[in-house]
Ligand binder design. Structure first.
Ligand SMILES: C[S@@+](CC[C@H](N)C(=O)[O-])C[C@H]1O[C@@H](n2cnc3c(N)ncnc32)[C@H](O)[C@@H]1O
Length: 204
């Protein structure tokens, strides 16, 4: 598990929250794919009290129709929960290194009545996925990000895809080139508000 303190004054709090920081919850509402979602985020968790701008761009893509979906770096769970809400045939697994994030995502899944189809965890996950959706943790650094993607992309089923949002200024184009070099055909399927949405297919 990577553990590192983010720069003061940013909300890039990717990592295991400092237990000495009081855990203040903040609830807000957002609408995704026509569904109103009431979500609780919290201190020490990415995008406290709001839908992240890049995540909003990602959620402009059509949701998966059915299948098993991984929400990689789930935070308080917004991506996976929006998918589960929009797509009743879908099951969601969300993973994050941040225990507070996983706790909030689990609470949110219960509050939304989606807990029977959504699991959020900091632990190991078995099996393959039809789709991986992610606003990935770019700020962990290129090497760690590449290792993370090479850990999960091989878990895509044949015919599956990963859909990721990356800021143009945070290296979306180099990441796209790197994915292609690794043998993962990757196209830009969306571009808005300084973010690019990349769609990656399994190699082979
Ligand atoms: C950009 S945030 C996105 C959070 C959330 N999905 C959203 O859209 O608001 C990236 C997330 O990745 C998580 N993360 C960082 N390193 C990780 C790793 N090695 N494995 C899984 N998640 C990780 C962070 O804790 C953070 O919650």
């Amino acid at each position: 598990m990577v553990e590192q303190r983010p720069a003061r004054g940013t909300d890039e709090q990717y990592f295991t929250a400092d237990p000495s920081v009081p855990f203040e919850r903040e609830t807000f509402e957002t609408v995704v794919w026509g569904n109103r979602l009431r979500l609780t985020s919290g201190s020490g968790v990415y995008a406290k009290g709001r839908l992240d701008l890049g995540t909003g761009v990602l959620l402009e893509e059509e949701p998966p129709a059915a299948g098993r979906v991984l929400d990689l770096g789930c935070g308080y769970g917004v991506i996976g929960l929006a998918i589960a809400k929009a797509s009743p045939e879908t099951t969601v697994v969300g993973v994050d290194v941040n225990e507070r994030a996983v706790r909030l995502a689990t609470e949110n899944s219960k509050a939304l009545g989606l807990a029977d189809r959504c699991i959020f965890t900091t632990g190991a996950v078995d099996g393959e996925f039809d789709e991986i959706w992610s606003n990935p943790p770019i700020r962990i650094g290129k090497e760690a990000l590449h290792a993370l993607l090479l850990q999960w992309l091989p878990r895509l089923k044949p015919g599956g895809r990963a859909v990721m949002v990356v800021g143009r200024n945070l290296g979306s184009d180099p990441l796209q080139r790197w994915l292609i070099e690794q043998g993962y055909p990757t196209e830009r399927v969306g571009s808005s508000k300084g973010f690019r949405v990349l769609e990656t297919r399994p190699s082979g």
